[in-house]
Design a protein around this ligand. Sequence first.
Ligand code: PGA
Length: 250
Amino acid sequence: MQIRLIAGNWKMNGTSDSLREITPVIEATMEFHSAVLICTPFTLIDRAITHVRGSRVTIGAQDCHPEAKGPHTGDVSAQMLAEIGATHVITGHSERRQHHRETNALVRDKATSALDAGLVPIVCVGETQRDRDAGKALDIVSGQVRESLPDVPQSGSVVVAYEPVWAIGTGRTPSLGDIAEMHAHIRRLLVEKFPGSRGGRQTPILYGGSVTANNAAEIFSAANVDGGLVGGASLRARDFLPICRILEQA
Ligand code: PGA
């Protein structure tokens, strides 16, 4: 069966008090079939893991360094994250591609190090408004999928998140037709890259960018949408939980 995943991306938000927003999510998702993940800032990961122990909710990170250890002041490796019990790491989020000039090659190295450490990388791809206006959205995403994903024989435990840059934090989302077109395109690329029965056909493809409880049912109904990567609406249980429930029922 296809894995369905709802992932919260807290970005640079959250202090100790914020952990209480996870409690209602733990309680309400105990019987869920879909996976529920919250990617907190580094500072909260360890405590959040203790907080969710014994529940369906798992905790991930928002970035990692491509190497396991070494002279990289301020960085955190995938191995370190795995050692404390994180399950996933977001790689190549557009905010890192833009603000930290991360290239597809770097994103691929990060995702590869995540897999080596036993973490599931959530590799983000997505076009800018300018790319879309120029009719280049599919081409840009093709390059990102081909070049940012790790070269493993089986996709195994890789997740792809399609996040149009212009939809992140803006309240704007693509039409359902555009989402379905892009997800079908990514599916074809994944099957090409990871042939075989448990390959690209099984790789979860998340949609991200201004997902809320108001649009989640429509978005999750599209073919090849296996869940969501949720930013702003993941910070409060009262916003996030309805989205988790919609995916579970979709
Ligand atoms: P948003 O962010 O839901 O606030 O648009 C999504 C993301 O950047 O992952």
